[in-house]
Design a binder for this molecule. Structure first.
Ligand SMILES: Cc1cc2nc3c(=O)[nH]c(=O)nc-3n(C[C@H](O)[C@H](O)[C@H](O)COP(=O)(O)OP(=O)(O)OC[C@H]3O[C@@H](n4cnc5c(N)ncnc54)[C@H](O)[C@@H]3O)c2cc1C
Length: 364
C-alpha cells in the first residue's frame, strides 16, 4: 500500500474532485496489486489480511489520497462478502475479477423510505419460472450507472424483517434497470443515482441463501464502519498536520497565528480526539468475532467517534486557514466530504441507537 499511497496524494485527490471524476488510475493501480482481495483468504487467491492490517492500509491511503480511500474500502468489502457467501461459480468466475478490480460493484440497499430503517425496504423479488422478478426502486446508489453490477437487496417474503431479505448481483446493463442521477454536496469524485427496477434475473444472481441476506449484510456493514472510521482518521491526521504547519508559518499582528492559544487549543482538542479515535478503531479492529452483538455496537462507536472527530478536524483546519480554507481547495473539499459521514452509511443518531441497543442492551 505504501507505494500506491506515495503515488496518489493530495494533488490527485483535488484533481478528481475538481474534474468530478472517478479515480480510475488509483483503481487500476490497486487492482494491479490485487489489493481488492485484502480481506479474502489466501486459499481463495486473496491477500489474507485481517481487520487490523486493513485499518492500517486504509489509514495510510487516506492520509495521502483523503476520501478517495473509500473506493478501496467499498470494493474490498464486496470481495469479502462474495468470498464468504458466494456459490462455487461466483467464487470461480466473479471473485478473481473483483480482487483485481476488473468488476466493480455498487451497493443498492437504501430507498427513499428505507434509509436508516434498512429492513423496511419495499423493493421485492418474486420467484418466477426464469428466476426472480425484481420490482421497486433504490435511491442513493453510489456509482450505480458506472459499475459492472449492483447488489440489489429485495424482500423475498412477507414482513419477517431480518429473515425476509435476499441480495442479487445484477449487471448494471441488465434490461429493466433505469438510472436518474442526483447532485450532492461533496464526494465529487463519485456519482449518485436512483435506480428504477423492473427486471427478471436468473436464479444465479442470488448471493448467499434466500431470505438470509441481512445476516451477512449487517456483518459486512459493521466491518465497513471500522474501515471507514480508519479512513476518516487518516484524513483528519493530514488536515491537522497541514493546519499546524500553516499556523506555525502564517504571521498576523507580527507573530505566527499558532502562537495564540485561541488557535492552539482547537488544534490540540482535535488532535486529542483523533488520538482517542485511532485507539478506539484499533481496539475494535482487534476483536475476534465480527458477527457478535458487541462487535456491531463497538463498530458503531468507532464510526461515530471517528466521523465526529474528523468533522471537528476539518472544521478547525478550515478555520485556521481563514479565507484560504473557505476557497476551493483541500480543506473545503475534505469538509464537504467528511460531512457525509455524519449521515451515512450509518447516521450519528443510528450509531448511538446501535450502541444503546446492542452494546448497552437498552430496550428498542
Ligand atoms: C453521498 C451518499 C452516498 C450513499 N451511498 C449509498 C450506497 O451506495 N448504497 C446505499 O444503499 N445507500 C447509500 N446512501 C444512503 C445512506 O446510507 C442513507 O442516506 C443513510 O442511511 C440515511 O438514511 P436516510 O437518508 O433515509 O435518512 P432517514 O432515515 O430519513 O433519517 C433522517 C434523519 O433522522 C434521523 N433518524 C431516523 N430515525 C431516527 C431515530 N429512531 N432516532 C433518532 N434519529 C433518527 C437520522 O439519523 C437522520 O439524521 C448514500 C447516501 C448519500 C448521501
Amino acid at each position: 500500500m505504501g507505494v500506491v499511497a506515495g503515488k496518489y496524494g493530495k494533488e490527485y485527490y483535488l484533481k478528481m474532485v475538481h474534474e468530478h471524476r472517478f479515480p480510475q488510475e488509483l483503481w487500476r493501480e490497486l487492482g494491479a496489486r490485487s489489493l481488492f482481495g485484502f480481506l479474502v483468504d489466501k486459499e481463495l487467491g486473496g491477500y489474507g489480511g485481517g481487520l487490523p492490517e486493513f485499518v492500517e492500509a486504509t489509514r495510510m491511503l487516506s492520509y495521502s489520497a483523503a476520501t478517495l480511500a473509500y473506493v478501496f474500502v467499498a470494493q474490498n468489502l464486496v470481495s469479502r462478502m462474495v468470498a464468504k457467501n458466494g456459490d462455487s461459480e461466483q467464487l470461480q468466475s466473479l471473485l478473481p475479477k473483483l480482487m483485481v478490480g476488473d468488476v466493480r460493484v455498487a451497493m443498492g440497499l437504501a430507498e427513499d423510505a428505507a434509509g436508516s430503517d434498512a429492513l423496511g425496504v419495499s423493493t421485492s423479488a418474486e420467484r418466477v419460472s426464469e428466476g426472480y422478478r425484481l420490482t421497486g426502486r433504490k435511491d442513493y446508489v453510489t456509482e450505480a450507472a458506472h459499475v459492472d453490477a449492483i447488489i440489489i437487496v429485495a424482500k423475498t417474503r412477507g414482513d419477517v424483517r431480518a429473515k425476509s431479505l435476499s441480495a442479487f448481483l445484477v449487471p448494471s446493463s441488465h434490461p429493466g434497470l433505469s438510472f436518474t442521477d442526483t447532485h450532492k454536496m461533496g464526494l465529487d469524485f463519485l456519482t449518485l443515482y436512483s435506480v428504477g427496477i423492473d427486471a427478471t434475473v436468473d436464479s444465479k444472481a442470488l448471493l448467499g441463501v434466500e431470505h438470509e441476506a441481512w445476516g451477512y449484510l449487517s456483518e459486512t456493514f459493521a466491518l465497513d464502519r471500522v474501515a471507514l472510521a480508519a479512513m476518516l482518521n487518516g484524513v483528519s491526521a493530514r488536515l491537522l498536520e497541514e493546519a499546524c504547519g500553516y499556523a506555525r508559518m502564517r504571521v498576523v499582528f507580527g507573530r505566527p497565528i499558532g502562537a495564540n492559544q485561541g488557535v492552539q487549543f482547537p488544534l490540540a482538542r482535535a488532535h486529542t480526539e483523533l488520538l482517542a479515535s485511532q485507539a478506539l478503531v484499533d481496539s475494535v479492529a482487534k476483536q475476534q468475532s465480527t458477527a457478535s452483538q458487541s462487535f456491531t455496537a463497538d463498530s458503531a462507536a468507532a464510526f461515530y467517534h471517528s466521523a465526529h472527530s474528523a468533522y471537528e478536524a476539518a472544521d478547525v483546519a478550515l478555520q485556521v486557514k481563514g479565507a484560504k480554507g473557505y476557497i476551493e481547495g483541500f480543506e473545503e473539499a475534505c469538509f464537504r466530504d467528511i460531512r457525509y459521514y455524519r449521515i451515512g452509511p450509518l447516521s450519528e443518531e443510528l450509531s448511538l441507537a446501535t450502541i444503546a441497543r446492542r452494546g448497552l442492551h437498552l430496550p428498542s
